[in-house]
Design a protein around this ligand. Structure first.
Ligand code: SF4
Length: 260
């Protein structure tokens, strides 16, 4: 596992360096991947991303205070894309952290969300926002295992975030570029690690991917055995944009107000 760069701001390629290290670590974990091994590796990846973000924020802080806070969840009503490893890890986390009754309720919420959002692109999802099925009382009920995109989303203006919901025109949401780019790098590293071992690295729509993964008692084993197929959850438009250095959710597409 690579270390967080000690002088990130002086190294304009710190995201690329981080991304390459994460790709190597995830690729190495793919041999004989189990749910536990994935959980351990993703835990380290989340930790490294978080510590890198802290270091960079200390050295090169955003120009304006970040408005994100507990209970503010406008961005949890928009399109979220995940890589296969994120979907597998999140599904396994739910399976291992919920009682059978709770898990049944989660599955029902995920299925309802998928029924409502299947096949809808980023613009349609922005126009008709819908809470993420994991959002409970305006808080993420799977915060520890939340996707990279959720970790990268941030804003210095919560009112602007709210006005994105249902907007038909672009809305400026000033946000901290370093945070977005760190976690965007993780998305690319995760997809590349999957590609490295010859599996499909598609970017997936969260609701559909979770529904598929949660239909297995051990989604990681099923995926490794070729029994779990994420193809129906593929985000076609996002897959095309995967090589770009920015997130491409509806939220991010309108996110033109970099504050650093
Ligand atoms: S996974 Fe959690 S943080 Fe991400 S959109 Fe859903 S509720 Fe929000």
């Amino acid at each position: 596992m690579p270390k967080a760069p000690s002088k990130p701001v002086q190294n304009p390629d710190f995201v690329a360096t981080l991304e390459a290290g994460i790709r190597r670590a995830l690729s190495a974990a793919m041999a004989g991947l189990t749910g536990k091994k994935l959980a351990d590796t993703m835990g380290l990846v989340f930790e490294l991303g978080g510590s890198t973000q802290e270091k960079i924020t200390a050295k090169d802080p955003p120009k304006y205070a970040i408005a994100c806070k507990d209970g503010c969840a406008h961005c949890c009503r928009l399109y979220v894309q995940v890589t296969p490893l994120e979907a597998l890890h999140l599904a396994r986390w739910l399976i291992t952290h919920r009682t059978p009754e709770e898990l049944a309720a989660v599955k029902a919420r995920v299925a309802a969300a998928d029924d409502a959002t299947r096949g809808k692109g980023t613009d349609a999802r922005t126009l008709v926002p819908r809470p993420c099925p994991l959002l409970v009382n305006e808080r993420c009920s799977a915060y520890e295992a939340r996707p990279f995109a959720c970790r990268g989303a941030n804003s210095a203006n919560a009112e602007a975030c709210e006005s994105v919901l249902g907007a038909t025109e672009r809305v400026l949401t000033p946000s901290y570029r370093h945070q977005r780019e760190i976690w965007s790098g993780m998305v690319r590293a995760s997809a590349a690690a999957v590609r490295d071992v010859g599996k499909r690295p598609d970017l997936l729509e969260l609701n559909a991917a979770l529904r598929i993964a949660l239909s297995f008692t051990d989604p990681v084993a099923a995926w490794m055995a070729g029994l779990l197929d994420f193809t129906p959850a593929q985000c076609v438009e996002e897959a095309r944009a995967m090589a770009k250095p920015m997130f491409t959710t509806g939220y991010e597409k309108k996110n033109l107000g970099d504050i650093r």
